[in-house]
Ligand binder design. Sequence first.
Ligand code: ZN
Length: 293
Amino acid sequence: MIVKGFDLTSATENLIVESIKANHFPHAVLIEGSGAAQRAALADKIALALICGNKETVPCGECSDCIKASHRSHPDIIYREPDSGTSAPLYKVESIRKIVEDCYVLPNEADVKIYIIADADKMNISAQNAFLKTLEEPSAHSMYILLCSAKEAFLPTILSRVTLFNIGEEEREEASEEAKNAADAVALALTQANEYEILKAAGVFDKNQKLLTETLPLLEEIFAQALRIKLDAAVDEPTGTPVTLARTLSSAALLRLIDSAEKIAAGIKQNANLNLTIVRLCTCFRSAVKEQE
Ligand SMILES: [Zn+2]
């Protein structure tokens, strides 16, 4: 069988192609890393290759499965996104239960139903536990492609049952002491109900875009670790700033912070104005922790 459309210079995509060829594509995968658009694009490519009915070349691009899938109108490729609510978008337990019930219903046209679950890390602990059922008692004709920016938000029970594909493999240089200190200062400022503290901590980024660029991923990591502690996921010897955050902030606030940090980092990549970015950081972070009160 020939599998088309993948980037064979990427080790991850090579692995995916090989497993599709061998008819051994895992029943549940987690695509982690890079940007949301890249994750979604890879999920689309996988779904297209899996849903195509051609025996020799997938996707053939000609069968009705291919045509519908490429228009995102195939009834057996099911796209899910977090429910939008009053605060940050989060999967409701009921939405996850619907997926769980639906996966036992036979596919409409293809041999398999493929669920593409965007921002799967936006499931809280009850939603994750509800989802776990599909992994523990898999239906023979359902597959799951979960997408997330960082796998840290998942329970170990979920992680142990999915195959992880990391697509954000760019080498990250060891962060400077200055960036580590800045990340700690901003994170700790968020635990104090005082806007001035955040502004003060963010002051170090003034005229220093390099420092801000370096600090944002560290902040995201602190938020993600705090969330892990909160969800009782395994963390080796939790210490320092994440522990303080886990004690003070709700899981929803931490998820909103992760989301804000990602968006601000994306803004910098698109050359957003530095001063405005610093203001945005203060406002977004502040409202992320505020709503829970
Ligand atoms: Zn086809």
